[in-house]
Design a protein around this ligand. Structure first.
Ligand code: SAH
Length: 357
């Protein structure tokens, strides 16, 4: 095994883990025990697995790892409610994951790619370019790492994390195989047992991905990062729109709703005097007439070298009232963790800038 990178154990589904242990001459119940250590106890060291025989623990420690992600930096927001992790992958690439604490929810926001190929005009991740897809195990490992960190905030007997959102760096629907595999692992009822209704996948509008996800026997919440109510503006803000214009995206969302029965979330970053006019709120409402949606409004997080400014509260209010007048449910998201660069990709951008200077 000399020189070979250890196996990231979070790459394996329960079936695959059982097969691996079988190859090692272990009975099936050992895989069940190991699975519990991984996904119920969130073990960080094989030494904790005291009901596994010593030789198996040693063998695991030689060939596999429970820490495929190294924490390079952990930032805690002033209000303590947002914790952001800069994580290093085995090949040296870096990603971000965030723990967000709410009154009753503990949410992990995880990345699906290193960088992002979509290049939205207002997004720090897009500006840094695209490096590679994450593997399923790298996605699962983020959730486990965040879950370990969340434990101290969870009431006794409560699960460490209540929600997982695929809303960190990258476009999940351009890495759908790995995303789906990570979902199979995380929703396994004998392990982490995350309910699919507590999972959100956010997309910039990859139509074939939305349609494929609709075919899956999953009821994950789908969020569309809309940011503009017409093709002319959306072509500029979310360049993917040139490939999949709004009519196609809307049709795909309709299909998703018909298959899952789940209301679609629309993400809308309000940019002062760009997409926050009252008429644009009306246009948004018209675009989605007949489709159950919930709109999340968030004043855009200013990123470096960008002309975009967040909409001031008065403009946010007008936009929101116009949506409500059209009977569109909406909420304004509190800007969280700003002091920890919790805006998409901002911590990593700073890290990359520092390490190249
Ligand atoms: N690629 C996926 C998921 C990652 S981005 C997607 O586009 O949905 C997560 C969310 O953060 C998206 O809604 C994205 O549009 C938004 N976002 C990115 N940069 C932002 C900024 N500067 N201010 C506010 N929201 C931003």
């Amino acid at each position: 095994m000399e020189g070979k990178a250890p196996l990231n154990i979070y790459e394996l589904t329960r079936t695959e883990l059982t097969e691996l242990l079988q190859e090692w001459g272990q009975p099936a119940y050992r895989a069940e025990q190991l699975w519990q250590w991984l996904y119920e106890h969130l073990a960080a060291d094989f030494e904790e697995m005291t009901n596994l025989p010593r030789p198996l623990r040693d063998h695991l420690a030689r060939h596999a790892t429970l820490q495929p992600l190294q924490v390079l930096e952990e930032l805690v927001s002033r209000d303590q409610l947002t914790r952001k992790f800069l994580l290093q992958l085995p090949d040296g690439e870096t990603i971000e994951s965030v723990l967000m604490l709410y009154e009753r929810r503990r949410t992990a926001c995880i990345s699906t790619q290193v960088g992002c190929p979509i290049r939205c005009d207002f997004c720090a991740t897009g500006k840094s370019g695209f490096r590679r897809n994450l593997t399923a195990g790298e996605i699962v490992a983020q959730v486990i790492l965040i879950a370990r960190a969340a434990r101290e905030f969870a009431p006794a007997d409560a699960r460490p994390l209540t929600n997982v959102v695929y809303m960190g760096m990258g476009e999940p629907l351009l890495n759908l195989d790995a995303v789906l595999k990570s979902l199979r692992i995380l929703t396994d009822p004998k392990g982490f047992n995350l309910g699919d209704r507590h999972i959100t996948i956010s997309t910039a509008g990859v139509v074939p991905g939305i349609l494929r996800l609709a075919q899956e026997p999953l009821q994950v919440r789908l969020a569309l990062s809309l940011h503009a109510p017409n093709d002319a503006l959306r072509d500029q803000l979310v360049p993917l729109n040139r490939r999949y214009p709004l009519a196609q995206v809307r049709q795909a969302l309709q299909t998703y709703f018909e298959h899952t029965g789940r209301r679609i979330t629309i993400e809308y970053a309000l940019i002062k005097e760009v997409n926050d006019h009252k008429a644009q709120a009306a246009e948004l409402a018209e675009l989605f007439a007949g489709l159950p949606i919930h709109v999340n409004l968030i004043p855009v997080n200013p990123v470096e070298n960008s002309p975009y400014r967040p909409s001031p509260p008065a403009r946010v209010q007008v936009f929101m009232e116009e949506l409500e007048r059209h009977h569109i449910p909406c909420s304004v998201r509190v800007r969280r963790g700003l002091d920890v660069q919790a805006g998409c990709g901002q911590l990593r951008s700073r890290y990359l800038a520092q390490s190249s200077s």
